[in-house]
Design a binder for this molecule. Sequence first.
Ligand code: SAM
Length: 286
Amino acid sequence: MLRAYYDLPVELADPLKKPVDFFLPKAHVPEHEAILRHPATWQLIARDQLPIPQYQEREFYYKDMELDYWLSGLVDFLKVNERIPDACTVGKKILDFGGATGRVARHFLSQAPQSHTTLSDVNINHINWLRKHFPAQLSTYKAPAIPPLSKEDFPDNQFDLVMAFSVFTHIDQQEIPTLLELLRITKPGGYLYLTFHSDKTWALLPDIFLYQFLKEIPSFKKYQVPSTMPEDRICVSYSDTQTYNCQMFHSDKYIKDVWGKHAIIEQIIPQGHAYQSVAILHKSLV
Ligand SMILES: C[S@@+](CC[C@H](N)C(=O)[O-])C[C@H]1O[C@@H](n2cnc3c(N)ncnc32)[C@H](O)[C@@H]1O
């Protein structure tokens, strides 16, 4: 098979400036606007001295809206801390799996330096970008398209918390092997924080941005929207690469029945990550 784009290093653009240089009195997204109004946010912006990646190097998140890009990661950081007990107290080990160029991980580095953050991503360019522009306190690894993760880099039972934002939304055949790998490297008693397109997300189609993308995919055209999600698991495939090749939807029932065979489903939070749901899994102590 030809090497996929995520294995091919490309020349990287210079990064943009620091968050404080993009400070504006107003954000575009209402949830971001609410955070921006909080008096403590200014201190958090000032504390983050890391550069912002250019649009094409941040998974095309928030075109020309650098402040919203930064605030979106802060919102996720704050939600994780609200939802996971002692998420980043001293010495906690956290993995951002499929973390791209650190939209979320940057906040763990800047706002919670007492914990230790690792980021892995299948895209070599994201890893190269981070190695060039973020400090070495962030451990970074290129993930394989097909599990397992390297046992040397990722020994068993090492993370207190593994997060994957918008990653299980793109994994089809390797879904359970990937979930099992993330559970393998999570400590007994540790947590997984995984976002997914749920039946609640499906119910929001066609009124959400995701629909603009889906409606161009030939394999999506057979579905009627608006509708109730017709199956418990739907894969809308758009490429033949080994991973990052589809948009996945999972009903809450599927998460409870299938993911729930492998870990305790502590909570499912509808729209816990914009229009995606969040599944919080707990690895049992025995
Ligand atoms: C939609 S982006 C989300 C990026 C980041 N988590 C965020 O929320 O800003 C999906 C990311 O997952 C990565 N990815 C996709 N499949 C992966 C896999 N099997 N293993 C690791 N990373 C993967 C992609 O390279 C991309 O950076």
